[in-house]
Design a protein around this ligand. Structure first.
Ligand SMILES: C[S@@+](CC[C@H](N)C(=O)[O-])C[C@H]1O[C@@H](n2cnc3c(N)ncnc32)[C@H](O)[C@@H]1O
Length: 389
Protein backbone atom coordinates (compact mmCIF):
# COMPACT_ATOMS: atom_id res chain seq x y z
CA UNK A 1 0.00 0.00 0.00
CA UNK A 2 1.22 3.42 -0.87
CA UNK A 3 1.00 5.59 2.24
CA UNK A 4 2.25 9.11 2.92
CA UNK A 5 1.95 11.11 6.09
CA UNK A 6 1.98 14.88 6.63
CA UNK A 7 1.78 16.51 10.02
CA UNK A 8 1.07 20.13 10.89
CA UNK A 9 2.71 20.92 14.19
CA UNK A 10 -0.02 22.93 15.85
CA UNK A 11 0.34 22.96 19.61
CA UNK A 12 -2.49 21.22 21.37
CA UNK A 13 -1.25 21.32 24.94
CA UNK A 14 -1.14 23.56 27.92
CA UNK A 15 -4.79 24.24 28.58
CA UNK A 16 -7.06 22.83 31.18
CA UNK A 17 -10.15 20.76 30.56
CA UNK A 18 -13.55 22.27 30.99
CA UNK A 19 -14.94 20.23 33.89
CA UNK A 20 -18.72 20.35 33.53
CA UNK A 21 -19.71 18.06 30.65
CA UNK A 22 -23.12 17.57 29.14
CA UNK A 23 -23.39 13.81 28.85
CA UNK A 24 -26.16 12.32 26.90
CA UNK A 25 -27.23 9.66 29.31
CA UNK A 26 -30.69 9.24 27.78
CA UNK A 27 -29.52 7.03 24.99
CA UNK A 28 -27.44 4.41 26.73
CA UNK A 29 -30.21 1.93 27.52
CA UNK A 30 -29.75 -1.64 26.50
CA UNK A 31 -26.08 -1.50 27.37
CA UNK A 32 -24.69 -4.61 28.98
CA UNK A 33 -21.49 -3.70 30.77
CA UNK A 34 -18.88 -1.01 30.92
CA UNK A 35 -15.98 -1.10 28.49
CA UNK A 36 -12.38 -1.81 28.70
CA UNK A 37 -10.97 -2.08 25.25
CA UNK A 38 -9.18 -5.31 26.21
CA UNK A 39 -12.22 -7.20 24.89
CA UNK A 40 -11.91 -5.32 21.59
CA UNK A 41 -8.29 -6.23 21.01
CA UNK A 42 -9.32 -9.75 20.06
CA UNK A 43 -11.23 -8.52 17.05
CA UNK A 44 -10.07 -7.04 13.78
CA UNK A 45 -12.19 -5.83 10.88
CA UNK A 46 -11.39 -9.15 9.16
CA UNK A 47 -12.86 -11.14 12.05
CA UNK A 48 -16.09 -9.17 11.67
CA UNK A 49 -16.35 -9.16 7.91
CA UNK A 50 -19.93 -9.96 6.90
CA UNK A 51 -20.28 -8.38 3.45
CA UNK A 52 -18.69 -5.92 1.01
CA UNK A 53 -19.73 -2.31 1.30
CA UNK A 54 -18.97 0.62 -0.98
CA UNK A 55 -16.37 2.83 0.66
CA UNK A 56 -15.44 0.24 3.31
CA UNK A 57 -12.08 0.89 4.95
CA UNK A 58 -11.39 -2.81 5.55
CA UNK A 59 -8.20 -2.90 3.47
CA UNK A 60 -6.68 0.26 4.91
CA UNK A 61 -5.89 -0.75 8.49
CA UNK A 62 -2.26 0.45 8.10
CA UNK A 63 -3.36 4.03 7.47
CA UNK A 64 -5.46 3.97 10.63
CA UNK A 65 -2.41 2.68 12.53
CA UNK A 66 -0.42 5.66 11.18
CA UNK A 67 -3.08 8.15 12.27
CA UNK A 68 -3.39 6.62 15.73
CA UNK A 69 0.37 6.65 16.24
CA UNK A 70 0.08 10.46 15.98
CA UNK A 71 -3.20 10.87 17.82
CA UNK A 72 -2.28 8.84 20.91
CA UNK A 73 -5.85 8.85 22.16
CA UNK A 74 -6.40 8.71 25.89
CA UNK A 75 -9.45 7.13 27.50
CA UNK A 76 -12.65 8.84 26.35
CA UNK A 77 -16.27 8.81 27.37
CA UNK A 78 -17.64 8.43 23.85
CA UNK A 79 -16.45 6.85 20.64
CA UNK A 80 -18.79 7.97 17.83
CA UNK A 81 -18.84 6.18 14.47
CA UNK A 82 -21.05 8.52 12.44
CA UNK A 83 -21.11 6.65 9.13
CA UNK A 84 -20.86 3.04 10.25
CA UNK A 85 -21.32 1.15 6.95
CA UNK A 86 -19.73 -2.29 7.25
CA UNK A 87 -18.06 -1.35 10.59
CA UNK A 88 -14.56 -2.01 9.22
CA UNK A 89 -13.29 1.42 10.27
CA UNK A 90 -14.84 1.02 13.71
CA UNK A 91 -12.63 -2.00 14.33
CA UNK A 92 -9.52 -0.25 12.99
CA UNK A 93 -10.15 2.56 15.47
CA UNK A 94 -11.46 0.85 18.55
CA UNK A 95 -8.19 -1.03 19.07
CA UNK A 96 -6.69 2.37 19.92
CA UNK A 97 -9.58 4.05 21.71
CA UNK A 98 -10.69 3.07 25.17
CA UNK A 99 -14.27 4.38 25.27
CA UNK A 100 -16.95 4.04 27.93
CA UNK A 101 -19.70 4.14 25.32
CA UNK A 102 -19.51 3.30 21.63
CA UNK A 103 -22.10 5.02 19.42
CA UNK A 104 -22.73 3.24 16.11
CA UNK A 105 -24.72 5.35 13.68
CA UNK A 106 -25.77 5.05 10.07
CA UNK A 107 -28.68 6.74 8.36
CA UNK A 108 -29.44 3.34 6.83
CA UNK A 109 -32.01 1.89 9.26
CA UNK A 110 -31.94 -1.47 7.47
CA UNK A 111 -28.24 -1.90 8.21
CA UNK A 112 -28.59 -0.92 11.85
CA UNK A 113 -31.54 -3.32 12.16
CA UNK A 114 -29.18 -6.10 11.04
CA UNK A 115 -26.63 -5.13 13.71
CA UNK A 116 -29.34 -4.96 16.37
CA UNK A 117 -30.41 -8.51 15.55
CA UNK A 118 -26.81 -9.71 15.67
CA UNK A 119 -26.66 -8.22 19.15
CA UNK A 120 -29.95 -9.84 20.24
CA UNK A 121 -30.35 -13.15 18.42
CA UNK A 122 -27.31 -14.20 16.37
CA UNK A 123 -28.22 -17.90 16.22
CA UNK A 124 -31.73 -17.36 14.93
CA UNK A 125 -30.46 -14.80 12.44
CA UNK A 126 -27.79 -17.13 11.08
CA UNK A 127 -30.30 -20.00 10.79
CA UNK A 128 -32.66 -17.84 8.72
CA UNK A 129 -29.80 -16.60 6.55
CA UNK A 130 -28.68 -20.21 6.03
CA UNK A 131 -32.17 -21.27 4.89
CA UNK A 132 -31.98 -18.62 2.16
CA UNK A 133 -28.44 -19.50 1.12
CA UNK A 134 -29.16 -23.27 1.09
CA UNK A 135 -32.14 -22.72 -1.18
CA UNK A 136 -30.07 -20.53 -3.49
CA UNK A 137 -27.38 -23.24 -3.73
CA UNK A 138 -29.97 -26.02 -4.21
CA UNK A 139 -31.39 -24.48 -7.38
CA UNK A 140 -28.05 -23.91 -9.15
CA UNK A 141 -27.73 -26.28 -12.16
CA UNK A 142 -24.94 -28.75 -11.36
CA UNK A 143 -22.61 -27.78 -14.20
CA UNK A 144 -22.66 -24.13 -13.09
CA UNK A 145 -21.94 -24.85 -9.43
CA UNK A 146 -19.13 -22.75 -7.96
CA UNK A 147 -18.57 -20.58 -11.04
CA UNK A 148 -17.53 -17.21 -9.69
CA UNK A 149 -19.31 -15.45 -12.55
CA UNK A 150 -21.81 -17.36 -14.66
CA UNK A 151 -20.99 -16.55 -18.32
CA UNK A 152 -23.61 -14.63 -20.34
CA UNK A 153 -24.37 -17.63 -22.55
CA UNK A 154 -25.32 -19.77 -19.49
CA UNK A 155 -27.49 -17.19 -17.81
CA UNK A 156 -30.77 -18.56 -19.08
CA UNK A 157 -30.14 -21.70 -17.03
CA UNK A 158 -29.20 -19.54 -14.07
CA UNK A 159 -32.39 -17.47 -14.34
CA UNK A 160 -34.01 -19.14 -11.29
CA UNK A 161 -31.17 -17.83 -9.13
CA UNK A 162 -31.62 -14.34 -10.49
CA UNK A 163 -35.36 -14.63 -9.79
CA UNK A 164 -34.69 -15.91 -6.27
CA UNK A 165 -32.46 -12.87 -5.63
CA UNK A 166 -35.12 -10.52 -7.04
CA UNK A 167 -37.77 -12.14 -4.85
CA UNK A 168 -35.57 -11.67 -1.77
CA UNK A 169 -35.20 -8.01 -2.76
CA UNK A 170 -38.95 -7.58 -3.29
CA UNK A 171 -39.78 -9.12 0.11
CA UNK A 172 -37.09 -6.97 1.76
CA UNK A 173 -38.69 -3.90 0.25
CA UNK A 174 -42.12 -4.75 1.64
CA UNK A 175 -41.65 -6.01 5.21
CA UNK A 176 -40.94 -4.30 8.53
CA UNK A 177 -37.52 -4.10 10.11
CA UNK A 178 -37.56 -7.42 11.98
CA UNK A 179 -35.29 -10.47 12.13
CA UNK A 180 -36.52 -11.72 8.74
CA UNK A 181 -35.57 -8.37 7.26
CA UNK A 182 -32.11 -8.69 8.83
CA UNK A 183 -31.61 -12.20 7.39
CA UNK A 184 -32.83 -11.18 3.92
CA UNK A 185 -30.55 -8.12 3.94
CA UNK A 186 -27.54 -10.22 4.90
CA UNK A 187 -28.33 -12.55 2.00
CA UNK A 188 -28.76 -9.65 -0.44
CA UNK A 189 -25.53 -7.99 0.68
CA UNK A 190 -23.68 -11.23 -0.06
CA UNK A 191 -25.30 -11.79 -3.42
CA UNK A 192 -25.48 -8.30 -4.91
CA UNK A 193 -23.18 -6.86 -7.52
CA UNK A 194 -19.73 -5.75 -6.24
CA UNK A 195 -21.04 -4.88 -2.78
CA UNK A 196 -22.81 -1.92 -4.33
CA UNK A 197 -25.81 -1.43 -2.11
CA UNK A 198 -28.18 1.15 -3.53
CA UNK A 199 -31.69 2.51 -3.09
CA UNK A 200 -34.06 4.28 -5.45
CA UNK A 201 -35.66 7.67 -4.75
CA UNK A 202 -38.43 5.99 -2.75
CA UNK A 203 -35.93 4.32 -0.41
CA UNK A 204 -36.39 0.86 -1.95
CA UNK A 205 -33.30 -1.31 -2.40
CA UNK A 206 -32.42 -1.69 -6.08
CA UNK A 207 -28.93 -3.28 -5.97
CA UNK A 208 -28.41 -5.63 -8.86
CA UNK A 209 -27.57 -9.32 -8.86
CA UNK A 210 -23.97 -10.55 -9.10
CA UNK A 211 -24.60 -13.68 -11.25
CA UNK A 212 -22.36 -15.80 -9.07
CA UNK A 213 -22.80 -19.53 -8.46
CA UNK A 214 -19.96 -19.68 -5.95
CA UNK A 215 -20.84 -20.93 -2.49
CA UNK A 216 -20.45 -18.38 0.28
CA UNK A 217 -18.03 -19.10 3.09
CA UNK A 218 -20.73 -19.84 5.65
CA UNK A 219 -18.28 -20.70 8.43
CA UNK A 220 -16.64 -17.31 8.04
CA UNK A 221 -19.99 -15.52 8.10
CA UNK A 222 -21.19 -17.48 11.13
CA UNK A 223 -17.95 -16.72 12.97
CA UNK A 224 -18.21 -13.02 12.08
CA UNK A 225 -21.80 -12.93 13.42
CA UNK A 226 -20.65 -14.55 16.66
CA UNK A 227 -17.70 -12.18 17.01
CA UNK A 228 -19.91 -9.16 16.41
CA UNK A 229 -22.42 -10.51 18.91
CA UNK A 230 -19.68 -10.79 21.53
CA UNK A 231 -18.41 -7.32 20.77
CA UNK A 232 -21.89 -5.74 20.89
CA UNK A 233 -22.52 -7.34 24.28
CA UNK A 234 -19.11 -6.88 25.91
CA UNK A 235 -19.29 -3.12 25.34
CA UNK A 236 -21.70 -0.36 26.07
CA UNK A 237 -23.12 0.11 22.59
CA UNK A 238 -25.70 2.65 21.44
CA UNK A 239 -27.15 2.17 17.98
CA UNK A 240 -28.46 5.26 16.22
CA UNK A 241 -30.02 5.80 12.80
CA UNK A 242 -29.72 9.55 12.49
CA UNK A 243 -28.60 11.99 9.87
CA UNK A 244 -24.97 12.89 10.68
CA UNK A 245 -25.72 16.56 11.41
CA UNK A 246 -28.44 15.64 13.94
CA UNK A 247 -26.23 13.05 15.61
CA UNK A 248 -23.43 15.59 16.08
CA UNK A 249 -25.95 18.01 17.54
CA UNK A 250 -27.18 15.35 19.97
CA UNK A 251 -23.82 14.27 21.47
CA UNK A 252 -22.40 17.21 23.40
CA UNK A 253 -19.64 15.59 25.44
CA UNK A 254 -16.24 17.13 24.76
CA UNK A 255 -14.48 13.98 25.97
CA UNK A 256 -15.21 12.22 22.69
CA UNK A 257 -13.42 10.56 19.79
CA UNK A 258 -15.42 11.00 16.59
CA UNK A 259 -14.73 9.26 13.30
CA UNK A 260 -16.42 10.52 10.15
CA UNK A 261 -16.43 8.56 6.91
CA UNK A 262 -19.13 10.31 4.89
CA UNK A 263 -20.04 9.61 1.29
CA UNK A 264 -17.25 10.84 -0.95
CA UNK A 265 -17.12 14.38 -2.23
CA UNK A 266 -17.52 14.57 -6.04
CA UNK A 267 -18.81 11.04 -6.52
CA UNK A 268 -22.06 9.48 -7.57
CA UNK A 269 -22.27 6.91 -4.78
CA UNK A 270 -24.63 8.33 -2.18
CA UNK A 271 -25.98 5.09 -0.62
CA UNK A 272 -29.51 6.22 0.21
CA UNK A 273 -32.06 8.59 -1.19
CA UNK A 274 -32.29 10.65 2.03
CA UNK A 275 -29.03 12.48 1.50
CA UNK A 276 -29.05 12.59 -2.27
CA UNK A 277 -26.33 14.86 -3.68
CA UNK A 278 -25.63 16.74 -0.45
CA UNK A 279 -22.25 15.09 0.20
CA UNK A 280 -21.19 16.00 -3.32
CA UNK A 281 -20.75 19.51 -2.05
CA UNK A 282 -17.59 20.68 -0.30
CA UNK A 283 -19.61 23.00 1.93
CA UNK A 284 -21.55 20.07 3.48
CA UNK A 285 -18.24 18.56 4.60
CA UNK A 286 -16.85 21.86 5.87
CA UNK A 287 -19.99 22.58 7.90
CA UNK A 288 -19.93 19.10 9.39
CA UNK A 289 -16.27 19.41 10.36
CA UNK A 290 -16.89 22.81 11.93
CA UNK A 291 -19.65 21.30 14.09
CA UNK A 292 -17.19 18.63 15.31
CA UNK A 293 -14.82 21.16 16.86
CA UNK A 294 -16.56 20.63 20.19
CA UNK A 295 -15.05 17.11 20.35
CA UNK A 296 -11.52 16.35 21.54
CA UNK A 297 -10.47 13.89 18.82
CA UNK A 298 -11.63 14.12 15.21
CA UNK A 299 -10.66 11.60 12.53
CA UNK A 300 -12.01 12.13 9.03
CA UNK A 301 -11.98 10.19 5.76
CA UNK A 302 -12.69 11.30 2.23
CA UNK A 303 -11.21 11.85 -1.17
CA UNK A 304 -8.05 13.90 -0.91
CA UNK A 305 -9.17 17.51 -1.33
CA UNK A 306 -6.80 20.41 -0.58
CA UNK A 307 -9.55 22.37 1.22
CA UNK A 308 -9.50 19.83 4.07
CA UNK A 309 -5.79 20.01 4.83
CA UNK A 310 -5.63 23.28 6.83
CA UNK A 311 -8.44 22.07 9.06
CA UNK A 312 -6.37 19.26 10.57
CA UNK A 313 -3.18 18.70 12.57
CA UNK A 314 -2.01 16.00 10.18
CA UNK A 315 -3.06 13.43 7.63
CA UNK A 316 -2.14 10.29 5.81
CA UNK A 317 -3.08 9.21 2.29
CA UNK A 318 -3.78 5.87 0.74
CA UNK A 319 -4.86 4.80 -2.70
CA UNK A 320 -8.03 2.82 -3.25
CA UNK A 321 -7.12 -0.35 -5.10
CA UNK A 322 -10.61 -0.91 -6.50
CA UNK A 323 -12.85 1.98 -7.38
CA UNK A 324 -16.25 2.05 -5.77
CA UNK A 325 -17.86 2.94 -9.07
CA UNK A 326 -16.72 2.71 -12.65
CA UNK A 327 -17.46 6.43 -13.01
CA UNK A 328 -15.21 7.37 -10.10
CA UNK A 329 -11.86 6.51 -11.65
CA UNK A 330 -10.42 9.99 -11.09
CA UNK A 331 -11.06 9.92 -7.32
CA UNK A 332 -8.52 7.39 -6.18
CA UNK A 333 -6.43 9.18 -3.59
CA UNK A 334 -8.00 9.06 -0.16
CA UNK A 335 -7.36 11.20 2.86
CA UNK A 336 -7.37 10.18 6.50
CA UNK A 337 -7.00 13.39 8.49
CA UNK A 338 -6.87 13.90 12.23
CA UNK A 339 -6.79 16.56 14.87
CA UNK A 340 -6.91 17.02 18.62
CA UNK A 341 -9.00 19.99 19.64
CA UNK A 342 -7.85 22.05 22.57
CA UNK A 343 -9.76 21.68 25.79
CA UNK A 344 -11.85 24.73 26.58
CA UNK A 345 -10.47 27.06 29.28
CA UNK A 346 -12.41 27.01 32.53
CA UNK A 347 -14.51 30.13 32.70
CA UNK A 348 -14.67 32.27 35.86
CA UNK A 349 -16.47 35.48 36.79
CA UNK A 350 -14.41 38.58 35.94
CA UNK A 351 -12.80 39.97 39.09
CA UNK A 352 -13.84 43.52 38.14
CA UNK A 353 -17.43 42.36 38.02
CA UNK A 354 -17.20 40.43 41.29
CA UNK A 355 -16.09 43.54 43.19
CA UNK A 356 -17.79 46.09 40.91
CA UNK A 357 -14.48 47.78 40.07
CA UNK A 358 -14.42 50.44 37.38
CA UNK A 359 -11.06 50.23 35.59
CA UNK A 360 -9.35 53.44 34.51
CA UNK A 361 -6.65 51.80 32.42
CA UNK A 362 -6.00 48.58 30.62
CA UNK A 363 -4.75 45.47 32.45
CA UNK A 364 -2.88 42.50 31.02
CA UNK A 365 -5.60 40.28 29.58
CA UNK A 366 -6.12 37.01 31.40
CA UNK A 367 -7.02 33.89 29.50
CA UNK A 368 -10.70 33.80 30.41
CA UNK A 369 -13.29 34.15 27.64
CA UNK A 370 -15.82 35.82 29.91
CA UNK A 371 -13.31 38.18 31.49
CA UNK A 372 -11.70 39.42 28.33
CA UNK A 373 -15.06 40.32 26.90
CA UNK A 374 -16.26 41.92 30.15
CA UNK A 375 -13.06 43.94 30.68
CA UNK A 376 -13.12 45.43 27.23
CA UNK A 377 -16.77 46.28 27.70
CA UNK A 378 -15.98 48.00 30.98
CA UNK A 379 -13.07 49.84 29.45
CA UNK A 380 -15.21 50.98 26.56
CA UNK A 381 -17.74 52.36 28.98
CA UNK A 382 -15.05 54.35 30.76
CA UNK A 383 -13.55 55.63 27.55
CA UNK A 384 -14.52 58.93 25.95
CA UNK A 385 -16.70 58.67 22.82
CA UNK A 386 -13.77 59.35 20.41
CA UNK A 387 -11.75 56.50 21.89
CA UNK A 388 -8.94 58.78 23.25
CA UNK A 389 -7.65 57.84 26.71
C1 LIG B 1 -18.17 5.50 3.13
S1 LIG B 1 -19.49 4.62 3.87
C2 LIG B 1 -18.83 4.21 5.44
C3 LIG B 1 -17.95 3.00 5.36
C4 LIG B 1 -17.43 2.51 6.70
N1 LIG B 1 -16.49 3.41 7.29
C5 LIG B 1 -16.80 1.15 6.53
O1 LIG B 1 -15.58 0.97 6.83
O2 LIG B 1 -17.51 0.24 6.09
C6 LIG B 1 -20.63 5.90 4.23
C7 LIG B 1 -21.85 5.46 5.05
O3 LIG B 1 -22.58 6.65 5.39
C8 LIG B 1 -23.96 6.37 5.45
N2 LIG B 1 -24.64 7.67 5.28
C9 LIG B 1 -24.89 8.34 4.13
N3 LIG B 1 -25.44 9.53 4.39
C10 LIG B 1 -25.52 9.64 5.73
C11 LIG B 1 -25.98 10.67 6.62
N4 LIG B 1 -26.46 11.81 6.14
N5 LIG B 1 -25.91 10.47 7.94
C12 LIG B 1 -25.42 9.30 8.44
N6 LIG B 1 -24.98 8.28 7.65
C13 LIG B 1 -25.02 8.46 6.32
C14 LIG B 1 -24.17 5.37 4.33
O4 LIG B 1 -25.32 4.60 4.57
C15 LIG B 1 -22.86 4.56 4.37
O5 LIG B 1 -23.02 3.40 5.11
Amino acid sequence: MNTTTKINHKSTQGRKMNTPKKLNSKSTQGAKMSTTNKANRHFTAEDMNLFSWAGSKRKYKNSFETAHAELKVKKVKYYIEVFAGSLASLFHNIEHVDAETIVINDINKKLINLYRHIQKSPKELFEKFKILEDEYMRIIPEHLLNKKLVPKEDREEFQANNDFYLEVRAVLNSIDLDINHAALLLFLLNRNFNGLYSENKKGKINSSFNWSAKALNMTKIETAINNLHLFFNANQIVFETMDAAKLIEKYECEDTFIYLDPPYIDTEVQYTQQNEKSFNLLQTHLDMLESCNKYRYVLYSNNHHEAFIPLFDGYTNFFRSNNISANDKKNKKELLAYKVNQAKAIEFMPVVQLLDISLQKDITPVNNPIQSKAVSKLLDLDMPENGAA
